[in-house]
Design a protein around this ligand. Structure first.
Ligand SMILES: [Cu+2]
Length: 157
């Protein structure tokens, strides 16, 4: 399970949704596994969006703690770093900054990370890479990746 939740409340919301979908008592169909994976990915996406919000303290993320995290900043047609490093099994907590007047996003398909970054906002990406390797992070706004908004995530064993 590569994804890790940002908070208990969000995780609980995900599992509740999960039990609702299995409440019909039917045996789990073949697609259940992959579908569950997708659901977890979606939940993680929701966490990414809601973790910081408007920066208010009620989200459970302390602004001071956030400021100390490594940051990745979205610029016009680029990120300020082209390489991120992580270790297998260790949670990556990354502060995402968008100081641009345009919306961007931070996406890593392999770990179901999809964080929208509206103009002028901060967000938090939380994920735990399960497999060593080299992955691509990018911005999924049409045309941005092609224009250079991508980089490499190196996950060391
Ligand atoms: Cu972009």
């Amino acid at each position: 399970m590569p994804a890790v939740g940002a908070g208990r409340r969000s995780s609980a919301r995900c599992s509740r949704k999960h039990s609702d979908s299995t409440a019909n008592k039917l045996p789990a169909p073949r697609w259940f596994g992959p579908a569950l994976g997708t659901l977890v990915g979606l939940c993680l996406g929701a966490i990414l969006v809601s973790a910081i919000g408007d920066g208010s303290a009620t989200t459970g993320v302390n602004a001071e703690a956030l400021a100390q995290l490594p940051a990745l900043t979205a610029l016009p047609n680029a990120f300020d770093r082209t390489e991120l490093r992580a270790k297998v099994g260790e949670t990556v907590a990354l502060r995402l900054e968008n100081g641009d007047a345009e919306a961007h996003s931070f996406d890593i398909d392999a770990f179901d990370v999809h964080a929208p970054l509206p103009a002028g906002t901060s967000s938090l990406a939380l994920f735990r890479p399960s497999t060593a390797g080299t992955y691509t992070f990018y911005c999924s706004i049409p045309g941005h990746r092609e224009a250079g908004m991508e980089g490499t995530l190196v996950v060391e064993p």
